[in-house]
Design a protein around this ligand. Structure first.
Ligand code: SAM
Length: 283
């Protein structure tokens, strides 16, 4: 048997050595998972004795974290908006910054009873689509992705969270497989937008564990916005709202791309850290 506090302090030290941003939180989350404890148990019972077998389960998880695997993938889930999504190496882990798109959509469309038709381009885990659908109980949704594995994640999340009867998932290169007269009321999209030159700056947790198709785009991160600007006008219903995530330094350039593509009323919206994160537009 070994004391919880000893396991904890040693593991925190090991994670500090590899440069984890949040070693205490990481260790607590792994302890909760491995030992089936609550955060309160860990805080109030530091002298709890842990069996060798349980400690081994924890050490196996810690080894993965020390190899820089993200906590979300080790735990297999991530909270986003008010929902919990299953995540894996096959889809991007939802980021809190992306909640900016959901907030913007809710502000733009205050009537929650509307039977909105929602399109989510590059759905990944399905986090944007399913979160917005959870706020509009009469909405229907379509999630599109070019990655069959990501699409399977989105579908599984839709099923687990009880949305499958209201949404479809389509394997497509953006609009290629969509009917051109689809008429969506809301289009959400968080496309890949990291340029190749930024690759060396990425943490191993991102670069080595998340799908590159979800991260990188040609033309220094601008290429997919240009392609989207060409197809979006054919997909919108009258009065539709479009919300796209952007890199925090891309605002002015991406506004220009969509403005040349015929979009109107383009606004740049900020995330909670005060950085440009989303552009909202209409046609
Ligand atoms: C940045 S991730 C966004 C995932 C999810 N929507 C989120 O916000 O967490 C981009 C997604 O777009 C998908 N994707 C990349 N290129 C695509 C394309 N040409 N057509 C459709 N989906 C694409 C990727 O597979 C990935 O799932």
């Amino acid at each position: 048997m070994i004391r919880l506090r000893d396991i904890r302090s040693k593991a925190i030290g090991q994670l500090k050595e590899i440069g984890s941003d949040s070693p205490g939180l990481d260790v607590d989350l792994l302890l909760e998972q491995a030992l089936d404890l609550s955060p309160l148990d860990i805080m109030l019972e530091p002298d709890r004795q842990v069996s060798e077998a349980k400690e081994q389960v924890f050490q196996d998880l810690l080894r993965r974290r020390l190899a820089r695997e993200p906590i979300s993938q080790i735990l297999g889930q991530k909270d986003f908006w008010s929902l919990t999504f299953k995540v894996s190496r096959d889809c991007l882990t939802p980021r809190p910054d992306s909640e900016t798109l959901i907030e913007a959509a809710l502000k733009a469309i205050p009537d929650r009873t509307k039977p909105l038709k929602i399109l989510d381009f590059g759905t990944g885990s399905g986090c944007l689509l399913l979160s917005l659908m959870s706020e509009f109980p009469h909405s229907t949704g379509v999630g599109v992705d070019l990655s069959p594995k990501a699409l399977a994640c989105a579908q599984e999340n839709a099923e687990r969270l009880g949305f499958l009867d209201r949404c479809d998932f389509i394997l497509s290169d953006w609009a290629e497989k969509l009917p051109s007269s689809a008429g969506f009321d809301v289009i959400l999209c968080n496309p890949p937008y990291i340029g190749q030159s930024e690759k060396p700056d990425l943490a191993p947790e991102v670069h080595d564990y998340e799908p590159h198709m979800a991260l990188f785009a040609e033309e220094e991160g601008r290429r997919e916005y240009k392609r989207l600007a060409e197809v979006l006008p054919n997909l919108v219903a009258e009065g539709a709202c479009v919300f796209l995530e952007i890199g925090h330094k891309q605002g002015v350039e991406i506004v220009d791309v969509f403005s040349k593509g015929g979009a109107k009323n383009i606004r740049i919206l900020k995330d909670l850290a005060g950085r440009d994160r989303c552009i909202a537009l209409n046609y």
